[in-house]
Design a protein around this ligand. Sequence first.
Ligand SMILES: [Zn+2]
Length: 173
Amino acid sequence: MSGGGKTAQCSGCGLTAPGGAAGCEAIFHEMVARDFSDALRFRVHRMMVDTYSLQHPDRYCASARSFAAHLTGLCAILESGASRAVGDELLRRWLDGNVRLQRPVTPRFRGELTIAHVREALEPTPTPPPWSSGRSRHGRLTPPSNRWLGSGFRKRSQGGGCPGCVGAVESRP
Ligand SMILES: [Zn+2]
């Protein structure tokens, strides 16, 4: 469970939680522990870690290299189909090499969703949500949705890296 203490706002993501930033980080550690105890939840481990790190750059993206690792890692997952569980090995090798980076200024707004939303989504629901029972009513939509998914996966498999975010943090020699 999250850390105790006075309710305060996390300086990273803006979550209001007992203990503020410490409480937010406690939830994050709770989610990481769940990832390592359940193979199904580990499927999105790297995506969650990169997202949380980018929302808390003072702690997890202090250097240009760590910032680039999380930014390009998340970008590769979202835009190039890299593994949500472990990320992209090529990016790790790129960052392990002799690469010169300049850390960009971090944005002030870091999204509306926080790690508390992740925890909330993982809590078992006592009954299926009402919308889930209506699947048969949407049966006519299944063929197009499958075609669209197929198109999306084909496009992803043809894509390369994401020079946009890499270029944003790479400095010129
Ligand atoms: Zn936070």
